[in-house]
Design a protein around this ligand. Sequence first.
Ligand SMILES: NC(=O)c1ccc[n+]([C@@H]2O[C@H](COP(=O)([O-])OP(=O)(O)OC[C@H]3O[C@@H](n4cnc5c(N)ncnc54)[C@H](O)[C@@H]3O)[C@@H](O)[C@H]2O)c1
Length: 374
Amino acid sequence: MPDTARVLLELGRIDTFFPVLSSLGNRWAAARPFEGLTIGLHLHLTTLTATVVRELTLGGGRWICSAANPATTDPSVVAFLRDLGVEVYSGGGIEDGLEATVDADPTFFADVGFALGSRLVAAGRRPRAGVEITRSGITRLRAGPPLPFPVLNINDGRLKPGIENRHGVGEGLWQSYTALTGCHLAGRRVLVIGYGAVGAGVAAYARAGGASVEVMDVDPVRRLIAHYDGFPTPPPLDAVRRAKVMVTAGGVKHSLPLALLREANDGTVLINAGHGADEIDIEGLEAEADCVDQVGPRVVGYRLPGGPQLMVLAGGNPLNIVMNSGSQEPVLLHFAVMGLALEWLTRHHCAPGEVALPPELEAIAAEVALAVLG
Ligand SMILES: NC(=O)c1ccc[n+]([C@@H]2O[C@H](COP(=O)([O-])OP(=O)(O)OC[C@H]3O[C@@H](n4cnc5c(N)ncnc54)[C@H](O)[C@@H]3O)[C@@H](O)[C@H]2O)c1
């Protein structure tokens, strides 16, 4: 049975502690920018999505939404959105929902993974414009044929790396580490591999928790920045031999290769904060280990012959995502920018192709966030 009362309670909590979207909802209710328009959405149907869609519908228009992934679809959110008058396609397969949204011939759309956008292209539809919110969607649209309509890239703004990648992951990752291991960070020797926005956040939050942190990066410029941030950047072998917790944040395959894993301390915890599940060479560990133990929920120990036992958390998948941990504020900020981008598109005509995020949209979202944060 859908539990829309639970959804309402969660939305109430969000409105109480971080009311960025309800502030924007007042703006959309007053201006009604979507009146007479049809907007197609292809999103993960979570309570965070419900927060932004509820506010957007105050701006008028017909809203049609297909679920991006059955695993991330909350049936109570589906029921809640339907009560608001949103046409939601979540049963059946993802393709059925996409087809129904394409058939509605939306004027504008917002998408994850460029799944809806690519179907609109293939069906010969010509929306006035769309918004893509993910890195994977931007990669996909760039790899495809020339776009017959404009798509605003909201992934590559300043807020996402500055807040979501850095603070969202940094905070959430260590909450998950403690939840799975029961360990404190204080006094732990942590090695962060990859010092981009994600790695810098992971390192900073580890230090704030009392860990002693070192950094590895293939890019000397990033190593120098880490140095000035106060993190030693020793040669990889030295760093690995000192660490008791290692975190990959490079976004590349095998940034923690088997050759280095053989040199690690016994009991070292291995965590991925980047992308996919191949940053730590788990295949190598599986092939070489003479003993593999389920040490705890989502904790697997690999004993290398004559070497260390290494504790892999969450199968090497991005830990904060698997554990759904950390503050929701960065995601809500990203959704605020998505809503402002849809509003902006109703007033501006762009040429077909990828469109860079107008800086003023992030400035508005930041002003609203600063106001609600006091
Ligand atoms: N866990 C999450 O919730 C989450 C959120 C946002 C982004 N990400 C992912 O995290 C990854 C990093 O994101 P970012 O914004 O920091 O990217 P970034 O490109 O700014 O930083 C990556 C850093 O890793 C370094 N690097 C690359 N290969 C390396 C190697 N073999 N050894 C050591 N360092 C290496 C690069 O030089 C760079 O400094 C990406 O894959 C991104 O998709 C994860």
